[in-house]
Design a protein around this ligand. Sequence first.
Ligand code: G1P
Length: 292
Amino acid sequence: MVKKAVIPAAGLGTRFLPATKAQPKEMLPIIDTPSIQYVVQECVDSGIEDILIISGKGKRSIEDHFDRNFELEERIKADEDEVLYTQLRHIENMANIHFIRQKELNGLGDAIRYARYHCGNEPFAVLLGDTIIDSVIPATQQLIDTYEQYKQTIIAVEVVPKEKVSRYGITGGKKISDKLMQIDELVEKPEVDKAPSNLAIAGRYILTPEIFEALDKTSRGKGNEIQLTDALRLLLRHEDILAQTIEGKRYDIGNKLDFIKTTIDFALKRKEFSKPISAYLRNIVKDMDNKV
Ligand code: G1P
């Protein structure tokens, strides 16, 4: 059983400056919900309520967000806004969320090492905060279902266009079913001509405790950081690792363009916004067509 999840959230968010100068990138909202809340919700929807957030300097507002804000709640209650009141109470009761601070920013692999004592001898899910996956069955649940069958490390992957290959960890291997591949190669952000494929690591993993030993042996890689992808490559020498294509739409909100697209898509899915936003978009397109 996978009962624990780790969400690394210590990064500086340099790709989102200046918005992230004094606030965590994980708190940037898609409409009215901080991106990290979508990720915590995915854990909960996948049956995981024990979550460790790897936090760091300047990240206190993440803790505050999942804590109770009594004064605010009382105000909303007095205003008789029951929907909002329920929403606020939901956030603080979503899960058991624990925090640990990464002392130095030495990369994703180093961040995961901080989960060693929390996860102990159990397998655990890792969810990267700059990815939101919209799917019928939550992405982490899809990986857990496969884990229950194979009891192996599993990485979610997605086909990306060639020009995006150098932004991701890339996997290579042998297909064993429609959605699964036995991995035989893993490279962090390769040049496109050196990449084993265009199957990118998609920000969701099921890891086993063996990863911690591999991380201890991993030297600095891409960007002079300890890379999780490099530790997984070490692990591959002793263990099989599976790659799984997830059913659903992945939103890479770590870059500004995709963040804007995500906001539009999510607004179109919300009952109160779908009509006015689609009308607004249609008008924009009409204006553009008129100018051509
Ligand atoms: C990280 C991982 C990379 C993965 C990506 C997915 O990179 O190191 O392997 O493909 O997340 O979003 P980052 O985007 O943190 O640089």
